[in-house]
Design a protein around this ligand. Structure first.
Ligand SMILES: [Zn+2]
Length: 405
């Protein structure tokens, strides 16, 4: 669904974002097409285009012939006109990307998340890494529109609230701490929501209704409906960990059975494989060791090891069930799977999940459900985070609209 503009004066910034986002998604678009697709008058579109060209954010790329025979000027974004940095904080490592206005990742880096108690060392490391990335790219600071941070939840009013997987973090005013240290605007979002934003942005609007199931140290979902990322009442939407993926599964502290927070957690899969003798003993308190062991387990499963395939396959069935429920509740035609552990899990998950999820669809006669892997690749979390900044610069959300459409 495409956003419509407003020709009233107070919404100038919103209209500008709207036009910039459309030019980004539709290279070689003319003023007339921009006007048709936004509902803005030709005069308003003309003014906006002039401002955006002046700001170095879009450029004329030539002329194309319209149906009427008239030749019209067409535009595209200036990829190097604006940048954002994306940071994904994972208990094992922190990943950063430098993204341009066209959504291309120009550079990336990764550092081990400091394991010291509390966030101070991590904050220092983030500031250094962002500085290095921007310097290395030769980007003038005014061209960097901000830092997007994707963090394990929960989040509250720009703070991270004692993420269970980050030791000694307590309540960290992450946005404020980083803004003060760097002098750059910082956008903070829960990792699941950031990932959904990245997927939406990368897809250029082709996908407007989907659930993004995020497979990391924790498991959550991001939801996009009508082309908008949903955040919920406290920006913590998507806690799907206590949905059951197996009615006969083990009891969870929540009182349910077979909750995916337990049965699909990397530490659960790895410890099951260690108990079965498929993997050597692993330090289950060490996130990096568990991640590495999960990679080995999934590789064994892909290589035909029956025990490994059964362990990973069981978690896939559980996720498939939850995916089916999400598709039913939200009437979704697409489920996207991604997150830090996706590269390892993809083989088994794409073999197991699509058919199970499809079989659970209540409205299967009306539409199908497509289960697919993320298009974001291994830096997906950081790309999602960078997209948060770019989407606030370049894209229009309805909550930015001050007047009724
Ligand atoms: Zn539970």
């Amino acid at each position: 669904m495409e956003r419509r503009g407003s020709n009233l004066p107070r919404v100038g910034d919103y209209n500008q974002l709207l036009v910039l986002d459309l030019v980004r998604r539709s290279p070689n678009i003319s003023r007339v097409e921009l006007s048709q697709r936004t509902g803005l008058t030709a005069q308003t579109v003309s003014n906006i285009c002039r401002r955006l060209v002046g700001a170095g954010l879009i450029e004329e790329t030539g002329r194309k012939e319209a149906d009427t025979g008239a030749r019209r000027t067409v535009f595209q974004v200036v990829a190097r006109g604006q940048y954002s940095v994306g940071l994904h904080i994972d208990p094992a490592r922190m990943t950063l990307v430098l993204m341009n206005l066209a959504g291309e990742v120009e550079d990336h880096t990764s550092i081990a998340t400091p394991t010291t108690d509390g966030p101070d060392d991590a904050l220092e490391a983030i500031v250094d890494a962002v500085g290095d990335l921007v310097r290395r790219g030769g980007i003038p600071l005014p061209r960097v529109s901000g830092l997007g941070v994707s963090t394990p939840g929960p989040v509250m009013a720009d703070s991270v609230v004692g993420p269970p997987n980050l030791r000694g973090w307590g309540v960290v005013r992450l946005r404020e701490e980083l803004e003060n240290r760097m002098g750059l605007p910082v956008v903070l979002e829960k990792d699941t929501i950031a990932a959904a934003t990245g997927e939406l942005w990368a897809g250029g609007g082709a996908l407007s209704d989907f659930a993004f199931i995020y497979l990391g140290t924790g498991i959550g979902a991001g939801i996009v409906l009508d082309g908008e990322v949903k955040r919920g009442s406290s920006d913590n939407l998507g806690e799907i960990g206590h949905l059951s993926g197996d009615p006969d599964g083990p009891r969870c502290p929540c009182g349910g059975r077979g909750c995916i927070a337990i049965t699909c957690a990397p530490v659960h899969l790895v410890s099951a494989a260690v108990d079965a003798g498929t993997l050597p003993p692993v330090d289950l308190d060490d996130f990096l060791s568990v991640e590495t062991a999960l990679g080995r387990l999934c590789a064994l499963a892909d290589g035909g090891d029956q025990t490994a395939a059964a362990i990973v396959g069981k978690s896939a069935s559980a996720i498939a069930r939850v995916a089916g429920n999400l598709a039913n509740i939200l009437d979704l035609g697409t489920i996207v799977l991604g997150g830090p552990n996706w590269p390892a899990l993809a083989g088994t998950y794409l073999r197991v999940i699509p058919s199970i999820t499809a079989s659970l669809l209540t409205v299967g006669e009306v539409h199908t459900v497509d289960v697919r892997g993320t298009t974001l690749g291994e830096n997906g979390g950081a790309i999602g985070a960078a997209s948060l900044v770019m989407s606030s610069v370049a894209s229009a959300r309805s909550d930015h609209l001050l007047l009724p459409r």
